[in-house]
Ligand binder design. Structure first.
Ligand code: 5AD
Ligand code: SF4
Length: 450
């Protein structure tokens, strides 16, 4: 996350949840920079504390309350401190948050980030009542300019909201209806990021494949081509794709557009047709599998990742076996797996046959263990090959080593080469020597040859 903000006041910002939230945090910092806030990583030194929240699962929501508890103390010796909550919990709970945390000053949903300056003015002038903004009305400057998360990598929102209403999901309630952003505006932001040295952009939306259906002026593949035309951008990624909406045009773009990374995150959620129907996902297991097979046959090295939910209401042992069978059939490069968490207000929260926690937890354990083996097997195929890696910085486990990512998003650790440029954003060819379930190890290719 960007640190080099300069200003008179300090903001401490903590982010929970998905990349969409990370991007919102970058936007919050962008707006705050304009009013002379700089970032601090020490809450005790902050004039403003913002918790950007997530409500996708209950666990994520609970984290917000424990974070708030920690910051409450700071107000007693810094009465001028402003504490705010943004994000999906703010959008959903609004003023109700104040009952649990009466010392809060501002509460604002994801659609009101552009109003932050006004909210801060209101909070510091009046003190009470607290400024609560939940409105879903979007101003022209809603997106603002995103400060890049790191120097070479940035996320760019291309749409907001979701119209799918999957039975388990809170997102359509917290982020509202789907609206696409104009293509010219997206390209303009990518150009500005490129001017700042960004090499890799990830286009963000809950369902990027329906870009242009509501607002927006071109199709998603067309938008990708426009972004690929921006000079200085070397890698383009996107998340998330809905399997029911992925088009052939997009599938063939992986062949025609070299800047497009050959990785797709395609959340399947379950391997049982019955469960998929109850979830309202709009595809069958066979339809999903045929998309994946086409991608794999066209591009053998393509990385395919997914999300899985275990213990959706009514999920039987046989349904879970179907999920395990799909895991074995597709052999995903990696997966994010979750225990179903009932979200108030969603359809599935009122379904009768809730699965007991112990059953969910055991299914999650089995699923994760099986995927660990598969991820290791998929990574082992890369041993002996040379892969282009974008340097991200020092390795987490050994500061003498560098860590980078392949275009498919795999982490690669390798000894720092002498006499070569190795700052974040540099492209280096690395020969892979060892595979692990969640990362690779290698040597810089030139050195290996020597
Ligand atoms: N319970 C568990 N997992 C969920 N997800 C979304 N809603 C829930 C829920 N209520 C998961 C889905 C989605 C990912 C972002 O989070 O797998 O793809
Ligand atoms: Fe949630 Fe479904 Fe929309 Fe994804 S597509 S954000 S899971 S409602």
């Amino acid at each position: 996350m960007q640190e080099a903000l300069s200003g008179d006041k300090k903001v401490f910002l903590e982010t929970f949840g998905c990349q969409m939230n990370e991007n919102d945090s970058d936007r919050i910092l962008g707006f705050l920079k304009d009013i002379r806030y700089s970032r601090t990583y020490e809450p005790g030194k902050a004039d403003l504390i913002i918790i950007n929240t997530c409500s996708i699962r209950d666990k994520a929501e609970q984290k917000v309350y424990s974070a708030l508890g920690r910051f409450k103390e700071l107000k007693s010796w810094n009465p001028g401190l402003i504490i705010g909550v943004s994000g999906c919990v703010a959008q959903q709970q609004g003023a109700k948050l104040l009952k649990r945390a009466p010392y809060l000053d501002i509460v604002f949903g994801p659609h009101n980030i552009h109003r932050l300056k006004d909210l801060l003015d209101e909070a510091s002038l009046k003190k009470r009542p607290v400024a609560v903004e939940q409105s879903a009305e979007i101003g022209a400057d809603e997106y603002g300019f995103t400060l890049p998360s790191t120097k070479h990598r940035a996320f760019v929102s291309i749409m907001r909201g979701c119209d799918n209403f999957c039975a388990y999901c809170i997102v359509p309630y917290t982020r509202g209806r789907e609206v696409s952003r104009g293509s010219a505006e997206v390209v303009e932001e990518v150009k500005r990021l490129s001017d700042e040295g960004v090499k890799e952009v990830t286009l963000l939306g809950q369902n990027v494949n329906s870009y242009g259906n509501n607002g927006g002026d071109v199709s998603f593949p067309c938008l990708l081509r426009m972004v690929a035309g921006v000079e200085g951008i070397e890698r383009i990624k996107f998340i998330t794709s809905h399997p029911k909406d992925i088009s052939e045009e997009l599938i063939y773009l992986f062949r025609d557009e070299p800047k497009l990374c050959r990785h797709i995150h395609l959340p399947v959620q379950s391997g049982s047709d019955g469960v998929l129907r109850k979830m309202g996902r709009g595809y069958t297991v066979d339809e999903y599998f045929s998309r994946v097979s086409l991608l794999r046959s066209l591009y053998p090295g393509m990385a395919i990742t997914t999300d899985m939910i275990v213990g959706f209401p009514g999920e039987t042992g046989a349904d879970f076996d179907d999920t395990m069978a799909l895991l074995d059939r597709v052999r995903f490069d990696s997966i994010f797996s979750f225990m179903y968490s009932p979200r108030p207000g969603t359809k599935a929260a009122s379904f009768k046959e809730q699965v007991p926690f112990e059953v969910k937890s055991e299914r999650l354990r089995i699923l994760m263990a099986a995927q660990r083996e598969i991820s290791l097997e998929r990574n082992r195929r890369l041993e002996g090959s040379t892969i282009e890696v974008v340097v991200e910085g020092a390795s987490k486990t050994d500061v003498e080593e560098l860590s980078g990512r392949t275009s498919c998003g795999r982490v690669v650790n390798f000894p720092a080469p002498e006499g070569e440029r190795t700052e974040a954003g540099c492209l280096i060819d690395v020969s892979i020597t060892h595979a692990f379930p969640n990362s690779l190890r290698g040597m810089v290719a030139e050195r290996l040859k020597a």
